[in-house]
Ligand binder design. Structure first.
Ligand SMILES: Nc1ncnc2c1ncn2[C@@H]1O[C@H](COP(=O)(O)OP(=O)(O)OP(=O)(O)O)[C@@H](O)[C@H]1O
Length: 235
C-alpha cells in the first residue's frame, strides 16, 4: 500500500513576541504516516496540538525540526523546508485542507467558490460548475443559494460550501479540521459517505472529529496526540 504522507521527528514551539519572547513548546517528536485509502483521526484533549499538526502539514505553520514528506507528482517533497511556490503547487495538486471556517473572496458566487479548485487545475468552466453543482446537491444546499456569495450564509451552510470546495478535487491527501462541527445529523451522514468514498478511491485522510458518530464511522485508527505533548513529559 502506498504511503503518501510521512511525518518524522517533528517539533514545534510558539514564540510569544509580545511576552518577552517566551517559548511555548506544543508538540515534540511527532512520528506517524498515513497510507492511501486510510483515515487517521487525531485524538486527545483540547489544546494538545491537533490543529497545529494539521496546519504544519499544510504549510501554514513553520516547523522547528523534522520532516513532513509528501508524495507529490513523481517526487517526495518535504513541506518543512519547501519553498512557498512548491507548497502552493502541492496544495493545488496533491494535498487538500478543509477547515472549520470558510474564507471566501467577496462577491464570488457559491457555485464558483466550489468550482475554483478545478478551474485552478485547468478544467473548463462548464465542467467545473457541473461537478460543483453535483456536490452542492449531495450536501443539500438549497439551489437558490448557489448564485449568491456565501458571506451571509448560516454557519452550517458555509461549512457545506467549504466541504464541497475541499472535496471537489481528486487530491491524494486530504486534511480535515472538524469539517462536521456545525452540521445537522442528515448532513453529517452525507459527509461520512463522502469520506468513505474518498477512502475507496485511495485518498489518505487525516482529520480531527469531535463528533463521536463521525469519528467511529470513518476512523481506521486514532492517533493520540498526547504522546507528543511536552506537558506529558513534564507531568
Ligand atoms: N498561532 C499560535 N500562537 C500561539 N499559540 C498557539 C497558536 N496556535 C495554537 N497555539 C497554542 O498551541 C496549543 C495547541 O493548540 P491547537 O489548536 O493545536 O490544539 P487542539 O488540540 O487542536 O485544540 P482544540 O481541540 O481545542 O481545537 C494551545 O495551547 C494553543 O493556545
Amino acid at each position: 500500500m502506498a504511503t503518501p504522507l510521512v511525518v518524522a521527528e517533528v517539533f514545534k514551539s510558539f514564540i510569544m513576541h509580545l511576552r518577552e519572547g517566551i517559548r511555548l513548546p506544543v508538540v515534540n517528536d511527532v512520528n506517524f504516516s498515513v497510507a492511501s485509502g486510510e483515515c487517521v483521526v487525531l485524538g486527545g484533549p483540547s489544546g494538545i496540538g491537533k490543529s497545529s499538526i494539521l496546519k504544519m502539514l499544510y504549510g501554514n505553520y513553520a516547523v522547528d525540526a523534522g520532516q513532513i514528506l509528501v508524495a507529490h507528482r513523481d517526487k517526495i517533497v518535504n513541506i518543512a523546508n519547501a519553498d512557498p511556490r512548491t507548497v502552493l503547487d502541492v496544495r493545488r495538486h496533491t494535498m487538500g485542507y478543509v477547515s472549520q471556517f470558510l474564507r471566501t473572496v467577496p462577491r464570488v458566487c457559491t457555485l464558483d467558490v466550489v468550482a475554483e479548485p478545478l478551474l485552478a487545475r485547468g478544467l473548463e468552466t462548464g465542467e467545473a460548475r457541473e461537478e460543483a453543482s453535483a456536490l452542492l446537491s449531495q450536501l443539500n444546499l438549497p439551489r437558490e443559494l448557489w448564485g449568491l456569495p456565501p458571506a451571509t450564509f448560516s454557519g452550517g451552510e458555509q461549512q457545506r460550501v467549504n466541504i464541497a470546495r475541499g472535496f471537489i478535487t481528486d487530491h491524494s491527501i486530504l486534511l480535515l479540521d472538524e469539517p462536521t462541527a456545525s452540521l445537522d445529523a442528515r448532513n453529517r451522514r452525507v459527509v461520512i459517505e463522502m469520506i468513505t468514498e474518498k477512502k475507496r478511491n485511495g485518498v489518505a485522510l487525516l482529520g480531527i472529529f469531535h463528533d463521536e458518530e463521525v469519528r467511529e464511522a470513518v476512523a481506521d485508527r486514532v492517533l493520540d496526540v498526547m504522546q507528543f505533548s511536552p506537558r506529558k513529559a513534564a507531568a
